[in-house]
Design a binder for this molecule. Structure first.
Ligand SMILES: NC(=O)c1ccc[n+]([C@@H]2O[C@H](COP(=O)([O-])OP(=O)(O)OC[C@H]3O[C@@H](n4cnc5c(N)ncnc54)[C@H](OP(=O)(O)O)[C@@H]3O)[C@@H](O)[C@H]2O)c1
Length: 298
């Protein structure tokens, strides 16, 4: 396939924990050419068949330049965790408007499971607002809605396991959905490169085929797989309820996360994996995903 006939995919958020995994997946696909965006340009040690561009979600002109010639945009960018939630609201709005100006053929947004049911959780609501704007702009889209990450850049679960503990939020019985980020990255990359148009305008939840898990169930599975006995240390819901108002006064992020945990309590943070299986193939079970995660953390 000549470079001219390949689809050009732009990855926004390509330096992130998830974004860099999405980028690696796309780099292996020789049906596309890959452009990656960061505010700093190419990271140190960047190699391979990726064209790095400087771009800032808060600077529309830089987005117009980054989107030139692009057919597919994939965005996993966010600012609420490390910087400011303005990137999640205003930044996403700028990106969507620029994608519409550029005539992008597919917008793949890393979104969040049940974001439409949680207007009280700021970063969930930002995803819902972005989804609505993409629809209103008439951009063909794929919303890949992710559940809780099993692994994070600082892997709190792995650190707890080393200390013989599983740190639980609220209680041991409420279930919610999880994903291993390498699996999510591969599904997001497939959404970008999926050849048919039947994926257009789909909202696809990601999760495990055996459904959501309680934290007691997670602790038991992890304990069986790693061979380490684990005690479950639970911070009760009452603590989160008591903290939500005072924390709002001094920490935007703390407030956001507490609101998120209190939303988990409703039992609605649950993925329906039917479309995941239809478009991306066999869905991993909790045991399969945790086994791969545990192998990495040996
Ligand atoms: N953690 C979870 O459990 C969970 C669950 C569901 C969904 N998600 C979603 O998964 C994604 C997580 O991505 P991640 O782990 O890769 O995030 P991350 O490690 O925090 O990386 C953030 C990325 O966003 C980019 N970014 C931030 N502000 C920007 C701006 N103003 N302009 C351009 N780029 C900007 C950064 O790029 P530069 O700094 O290089 O410019 C970086 O690549 C998010 O969309 C999150 O909402 C997370």
């Amino acid at each position: 396939m000549s470079p001219q006939s390949k689809r050009k995919v732009l990855v926004v958020g390509a330096t992130g924990f998830l974004g860099s995994k999405i980028l690696r997946q796309l780099q292996r696909d020789d049906t596309v050419t890959v452009r990656a965006m960061s505010r700093r340009g190419a990271p140190a040690g960047a190699t391979g068949n990726v064209q790095w561009v400087r771009g800032d979600l808060m600077d529309p002109d830089s987005l117009d330049a980054a989107l030139e010639g692009v057919e597919v945009v994939v965005s996993s960018a966010n600012g609420y965790m490390k910087e400011t939630i303005a990137a999640d609201f205003e930044g996403n709005r700028n990106l969507i408007d620029a994608a519409a100006r550029a005539g992008v053929k597919r917008f793949v947004l890393v979104s969040i499971v049940a974001c439409d049911a949680a207007p009280e959780v700021p970063h969930f609501h930002a995803k819902k607002v972005a989804e609505d704007r993409i629809k209103a702009a008439g951009l063909p889209f794929v919303f890949v809605r992710a559940p809780a990450f099993l692994d994070q850049s600082v892997d709190y679960v792995a650190e707890g396991v080393k200390a013989g503990r599983f740190y639980a939020v609220g209680d041991k019985t409420t279930r919610w959905s999880y994903v291993l980020t390498e699996d999510l990255a591969s599904d997001v990359a497939r959404a970008a490169t999926y050849p048919g148009d039947d994926i257009a305008n789909q909202t696809i939840d990601i999760g495990w085929r055996d459904g959501p898990k309680s934290q007691q169930e997670m602790a038991e599975l992890i304990s069986q797989i790693t061979g380490r006995p684990l005690s479950v240390w639970t911070v009760p819901w009452l603590v989160f309820q008591a903290l939500v108002r005072p924390v709002k006064l001094f920490s935007e992020l703390g407030y956001d996360l507490i609101r998120m945990f209190l939303f988990f309590r409703k039992g609605q943070f649950v993925s329906d994996t039917a479309l995941q299986e239809r478009f991306f193939g066999p869905v991993p079970s909790a045991r399969e995903a945790i086994t791969r995660w545990a192998d990495r953390n040996k």
